[in-house]
Design a protein. Structure first.
Length: 682
């Protein structure tokens, strides 16, 4: 029995889980479930990545503490993961006391090995926000391939890594302004001291070949770059004990969170952390995306070696998710949150679809909506579930045959293929595993078609033959369900309920079930409804658009997004005295009549009541903005002591107050509820 510790990259607590994130967590969950079915002792460890400037700013924006913000996000993350059947043995937080202790231990080891150096650097600073910018808050043009809108630490397009200062045309994503360089003292980890070790380890087989070949370039001619590991205040994180006013950069304490979360699991289960992070009997497997392989394959192993901790045996690296061949888009509605998906579609669909696309390579995955529906409907409903739904009902009363019937060698062949399928799972080549399983399903269905149990049931003399055919079909279905159990745990559970025996181990596929009753068949899976996919996409697009509008950068007038353009076009007039203002008598009035003035393009004739019998006639130039009938009953503010003015259409005995440049953009000023005609406006 193997002892295996498995991690996924820690989800950042500044946002919700979306379908792109789920590629990694579903991949890991499938692999862990497979290992547990093999009888191996395997634990799945994860946590929220909770530190950094982004968390600090998001908490401020919501008016809560950072601790409250990350607690809410942790609840959301774990709820979404559970919705997709992703089971962690422990899900922690990098803001835990365990992580602080682990960080201090690793830091002491780095200090002891003289791996930490102090340097004054120039760093990009957002003048408007008043903070130094983390890499993720800077975008610009890649200095290598010239692709625009790349992050501050690396280019998705060409894979180059660089410092934010090397970006061309850098922009702060927080304020949209051009940041300026300022000096600050930072602490660095000198990974060049482990050059020889890292060169050897990266080529040892622990990484995919593509990654190992990519990393060769870092060891050829130049020393490895020092790793900037500190950030000055203000910063949400752990303050460095021997460098007051400085905090460990989020990428320092995030991977250490793997160890801290393991410590939490050990504390709950009476285990020793040393047995998992210092023992050679333990295998450590990381599952990550290709965008963070640089940190996990250079800095992280250097930290582990220096601290005397176990190195990863395997770093599984996957590509990105595209939708219909394009990058996920909020505008198109293909940037879909996990919770939005769960409102519309069965999580088993996505688990299976991703599995059919995931291999041990770094290739990107494409979620094609038409293929998604077709594959689920064909493979899972048409080939898998139909095996049971078309046969179980015919032997609900008699159960399975007492001995396993002749099936032309199908069950034996299925059992023998179990080793090949297991090998594909072990190598994280789920695409190959699911392909082999469906090849078996393609052999099971013709058996049912050719024996036509729906015809056999019509002849009482063929009752035994009917029972035998259904016994074979159901056992083949069960084998397929066992092989797909890591991918489709919910379907495996329903299969176990049908047969009255839970699916727990891989070896169960080697022995047929006979001579027992089966339970009444219950619905296992519906076909994908394309309308639900479209509804999910449409709602996602609408919600993303609303969120984008709410998150637009405020104009200089502050949180209300009030532009200064109008005031610039129409400046404030000459100063007047208080007495001048008090000479204007402003009163609340009610519109009791409103009539067209046929001869006038702009005017509406208003009869205003000031209370009692006091009324005034006013001609107001608001015809392009208001219909007369909409004005009756409305409270307005009028200049009551304005000298009457004789006009072509009659005498105007005052003026009503409005704002706007004119035309359709005229807005009457109205008092709040409770005001009454005749009240003075002060």
């Amino acid at each position: 029995m193997r002892q295996i510790l498995v991690t996924s990259a820690l989800p950042y607590a500044n946002g919700h889980i979306h379908i792109g994130h789920l590629v990694e967590y579903l991949q890991t969950d499938i692999w862990v479930r497979f290992q547990k079915m093999q009888g191996n002792r395997c634990i799945y460890i994860c946590a929220d990545d909770t530190h950094g400037t982004a968390i600090m700013l998001s908490a401020q924006k919501k008016g809560v503490t950072e601790e409250e913000f990350i607690a809410d996000m942790s609840d959301s993350h774990q709820r979404d993961f559970a919705g997709f059947g992703i089971e962690f043995d422990n899900f922690g937080s990098t803001n835990s006391k365990e992580n602080k202790i682990c960080c201090e231990l690793v830091w002491k080891a780095l200090r002891k090995k003289d791996m930490v150096v102090e340097e004054e650097i120039e760093q990009l600073f957002d003048v408007e926000k008043g903070i130094f910018l983390a890499d993720r808050f800077i975008q610009g043009t890649c200095p290598t391939c010239k692709t625009p809108e790349q992050a501050g630490d690396g280019c998705v397009s060409c894979g180059a890594t660089y410092s934010p200062e090397e970006l061309l045309n850098p922009v702060s994503v927080m304020s949209g302004t051009t940041p300026e360089l300022r000096k600050a003292v930072h602490l660095f980890v000198d990974v060049e001291k482990e050059h020889a070790f890292l060169n050897e380890w990266t080529q040892s087989g622990a990484l995919p070949k593509e990654s190992a070949n990519y990393l060769k370039n870092f060891f050829l001619n130049e020393p490895l770059k020092k790793w900037d590991i500190s950030r000055p205040a203000p910063y949400f994180g752990f303050e460095i004990p021997d460098a007051p006013g400085n905090y460990w950069f989020v990428w320092f304490d995030a991977p250490i969170g793997y160890i801290a979360s393991t410590q939490q699991w050990c504390d709950k289960n009476g285990e020793s952390l040393e047995d998992w992070w210092e023992s050679e009997k333990t295998e450590i497997h990381h599952f990550i995306g290709k965008d963070i392989q640089y940190f996990h394959t250079l800095f992280w192993p250097a930290m582990l070696k220096t601290a005397g901790l176990k190195l990863p045996d395997k770093v599984h690296i996957h590509g990105f998710l595209t939708v219909d061949g394009k990058k996920m888009s909020k505008r198109d509605g293909t940037f879909i949150n996990a919770s939005k998906y769960l409102e519309h579609l069965d999580p088993s669909y996505l688990r299976y679809y991703y599995a059919t696309k995931l291999s041990a390579r770094l290739d990107d995955l494409d979620l094609n909506r038409e293929e998604f529906a077709a594959r689920i409907n064909s493979d899972l409903v048409g080939k898998m579930v139909n095996l049971a739904s078309r046969t179980a009902k015919f032997i609900a009363d008699v159960g399975l045959s007492d001995t396993y019937p002749e099936d032309g060698g199908l069950f034996k062949e299925f059992a023998e293929r179990g080793g090949d399928i297991a090998e594909a799972y072990e190598g994280a080549n789920f695409a190959k595993a699911t392909r082999m399983i469906m090849e078996l399903a393609d052999k099971a269905n013709p058996f049912v078609e050719s024996n036509a149990p729906w015809e056999l049931r019509k002849d009482e003399d063929k009752a035994q033959q009917l029972q035998d055919v259904c016994t074979v079909a159901l056992n083949l279905f069960r084998q397929l369900a066992i092989y797909l159990a890591p991918v489709l745990p919910e379907l495996a559970e329903k299969c176990g309920e049908l047969f009255g025996e839970k699916i727990l181990t891989w070896d169960q596929a080697a022995t047929p079930l006979v001579g027992r009753k089966i339970n009444k068949f219950k619905h296992m899976m519906q076909r994908v409804d394309p309308k639900k996919i479209e509804a999910m996409v449409d709602e996602s697009a609408a919600e993303c658009a609303a969120a984008a509008a709410a998150d637009e950068k405020p104009a200089p007038a502050g949180d209300w997004n009030d532009s200064g353009d109008t005031l610039a076009e129409d400046p404030i007039g000459d100063e007047i005295s208080f007495d001048d203002f008090m000479n204007v008598d402003l009163r609340v009035a009610r519109v009791i009549e409103a009539n067209e003035v046929p001869e006038a393009r702009k005017l509406i004739q208003l009869k205003l009541s000031l209370g009692g019998d006091e009324t005034r006639q006013v001609f107001a130039g608001i015809k392009s903005a208001y219909e007369p009938g909409d004005l009756v009953g409305k409270l307005v503010v009028m200049v009551a002591n304005l000298a009457p003015r004789t006009m072509k259409f009659g005498v105007s005995e005052g003026m009503i107050i409005a704002s706007g440049p004119g035309g359709k953009d005229v807005f009457l000023l109205s008092p709040d509820d409770g005001a009454v005609p005749g009240q003075r406006v002060k």
